[in-house]
Ligand binder design. Sequence first.
Ligand code: PHE
Length: 347
Amino acid sequence: MTSSHDPAVLLGPASDRIRSAQDREALQALERDLLGKSGPVGQILASIPTLPGEERRAAGQRANELKRALEEALQVRRGELEAAALEAERSGAGFDPTLPPAPLERGGLHPVTLVVRDLEDLFTSMGYTVLDGPEVELDHYNFEALNIPKDHPARDAQDTFYCDPEGQLVLRTHTSPVQVRAMEHIVREKLGPPFRAIVPGKVFRNEAVDASHEHTFHQMEGLVVGKDVSVGHLIGAMKTLLRGVFGRDIEIRLRPGYFPFVEPGFELDARCPFCAGGCRVCKQSTWIELLPCGMVHPNVLKAGGIDPEQWSGFAFGLGLSRLVMLRYGIDDVRHLLSGDLRFLEQF
Ligand code: PHE
């Protein structure tokens, strides 16, 4: 065996070169040299064909041994250089460990969520339960049980999206279907009547979309069923609702309104909370149309399994999207579901 192919002899000078590499680039160049064809490992491998048969195996082993030793030395030096680089960065100019970290990005609540939470607080404090219902609803609950049979013209005012060929499943056009679901649930679970509930949620209509019409928007249904519930109770509850929303007493008026599931039915207007004598929001009328409401129709009580001879109730359908727009001065309903961060980050 020639001494020039002895791994121990070859490793010495190679290790010295590795230890004195000053940066990562130099070390990389060295690695290419040492492990490449013309490096010491390559030399041993190249010599194998010239060796007598019985020495070849040992030469191969020496080449592997040397390769492993070189790789280890390279790895050690790489670690040293990295540690030194980090240390230099830490102690170097321009590094100030007392600087505060970059601020964490925090999400916020959607304006509809903010208003829903306020209203839930207000109504639960008056003994109402918060209920939920399906957004994909049966025709039965969305229309039939609300006294709106198949051929009723009131269906035209709430054109919707049908989800099946038979027309039995619809995207609900209002939160009112939960009136009947609520009654059935309350009766089945023997929780009442009497009971009070609100139902905030998303509703859907086949609309020509513009600044004040959206195919998806939010409503909050209210339903109170009890003994001798009257229009007086309805007015009282609505005044409390407005006080909660606007922080002071607001004058209201009732106009007749037609909805097949209430009798009598009303449109409730509020004295415009934003002006004294006419503004853009109330279109100079000083009144804003705020919510439809009325006394629950006996047929609807019956559909929910409640005897209209013994019980009566009122219901209201608060336009949540509209209320959110009023509260925050939003001029286009389409902002609400746009997902546009420039809009959302303002809340
Ligand atoms: N559900 C009706 C609508 O969306 C509103 C309403 C609710 C009317 C409750 C009366 C009582 O148009």
